[in-house]
Design a protein around this ligand. Structure first.
Ligand code: S3P
Length: 436
């Protein structure tokens, strides 16, 4: 790998036991909730990636002491009223989770704050978070009414009863967190079915959160208490290796300590529907179920992915497109319009790069259709600085003819800095084979 290009060659066999780094969503939340707690929170397995470091840096700028002690990260909680007024804009880097969750946390403070990000984050929509926060009394200004920088003025928050119009865990979490600072109850209805890490982890910090069929409620006046958090492996990271093993003849993979949170298992469910033999073995489970995932390759069939499934596999859609090229029949994904407002317009990025590799794809406003099997040819891949596009097309390169070159591969540091090193080890046959 050079600094600005990663070269991927086809892989004939894939048989590996792997451990993967910690879950990104949980890592952000463990740091944030630790900071909002009374006492010392101990986190093991925290993902050391650029996005998580953005959250860490923002919390430091708010006066929270966070330190690494061997394998453990210690967060010296300041409680709900303990943040210091930041002396400069808070830089959220590339991280939508950092920016949106901090909007919820900072909306009800008695100091001003400004949230900024990189070029990609500066193009992402924030009105969806600002609007309900304003209904609570927050004073938030956005560039052109929708984009960062986000300027937040001091405010006192009242309650909220709000139907979420989009299934976004970042939006849902921002409003739950604002509820911790509100003077009245916050009730959320509508699209509340996105990943539920906030709902699982806040009670671990002593917060009482009421979840019933169709709504979520948080009462005012609560305190967070420091906790120990073991962050399991990230299922969205595991997905790259599952996809690789699922496409390479005779492929087998075993991945340890993966989060088996049901709101993150959409990709595994799609793999099963496409015919792959996938078995999950749950081990321990508090606050998140986790365990071993094993996959054995068999020829894949096309499938249809419906709108209601998207929240549980939203980050894995690029991989589904790659799998679709190797499966027999049509794979159609619909209801995935949210991909257009991720770190890049992921639907455009998928189509452009698959076409560069010689594949045919029909693109819709909210998804795509791909008829397989189709041969892929090594090409130059433009990931648009989007980590998931870079990694998904590196996996495509493993089943392509010839060499695939990923431009600006360093963007993988957002969620999986070791990705290309692990890939090299697999190529060099340095991995322990599976025993199942
Ligand atoms: C995340 C939620 C998802 C996901 C993102 C992380 C989170 O976005 O794409 O990578 O940690 O809450 P949504 O807000 O669209 O659910």
């Amino acid at each position: 790998m050079t600094m600005s290009q990663a070269r991927i060659l086809p892989l004939r066999t894939f048989d590996a036991q792997l451990a993967i780094p910690g879950d990104k969503s949980l890592s952000h939340r463990a740091l944030l909730f630790g900071a909002l707690s009374e006492g010392l929170t101990e986190i093991t397995g925290l993902l050391a990636s650029a996005d998580v470091l953005s959250t860490w840096a923002c919390l430091s700028a708010l006066g929270v002491k966070i330190e690494q002690m061997g394998e453990t990260v210690l967060v010296h909680g300041v409680g709900l009223g303990g943040f210091l007024s930041p002396s400069a804009p808070l830089d959220c880097g590339n991280s939508g989770t950092t920016l949106r969750l901090l909007m919820g946390i900072l909306a009800g403070q008695n100091f001003e704050a400004c949230l900024v990000g990189d070029a990609s984050l500066t193009r992402r929509p924030m009105k969806r978070v600002a609007e309900p926060l304003r209904q609570m009394g927050a004073k938030i200004a956005l560039r052109e009414g929708n984009f960062p920088p986000v300027q937040i003025q001091p405010a006192t928050l009242k309650g909220l009863d709000y139907a979420l119009p989009v299934a976004s865990a970042q939006l849902k979490s921002a409003l739950i967190l604002a509820g911790l600072f509100a003077q009245e109850r916050v009730t959320l209805r509508g699209e509340i079915g996105s990943r539920d890490h906030t709902e699982r982890l806040l009670p671990h910090f002593g917060v009482n959160l009421h979840k019933s069929d169709g709504f979520l409620q948080i009462e005012p006046g609560q305190t967070l208490h420091a906790a120990q958090v073991q962050v399991p492996g990230d299922p969205s990271t595991a997905a790259f290796w599952l996809a690789a093993a699922a496409m390479i003849p005779g492929g087998r993979v075993e991945i340890e300590r993966v989060s088996l949170n049901p709101t993150r298992l959409g990709f595994i469910n799609v793999l099963k529907r496409m015919g792959a033999v996938v078995v999950e073995e749950m081990t321990v489970g508090n606050p998140e179920p986790l365990g071993i995932v094993r996959l054995q390759q068999v020829p894949l069939q096309g499938t249809r992915v419906y709108a209601h499934e998207i929240p549980d596999l939203v980050d894995e859609v690029p991989l589904i497109a790659i799998l679709a090229t190797q499966a027999t029949g049509i794979t159609e994904v619909r209801g995935a319009g949210e991909l257009r407002v991720k770190e890049s317009d992921r639907l455009e990025a998928i189509a452009l790069n698959l076409r560069a590799m010689g594949a045919q794809i029909t693109l819709f406003e909210d998804g795509f259709a791909i008829e397989g099997p189709q041969a892929l040819y090594g090409a130059e891949i433009e990931p648009f600085h989007d980590h998931r596009i870079a990694m998904a097309f590196a996996i495509a390169g493993l089943v392509a003819t010839g060499e695939t070159r990923i431009l600006n591969p360093e963007c993988v540091s957002i969620s999986y800095p070791e990705f290309f090193d692990v890939l090299s080890s697999i190529h060099n046959g340095a991995m322990t084979p599976c025993v199942f």
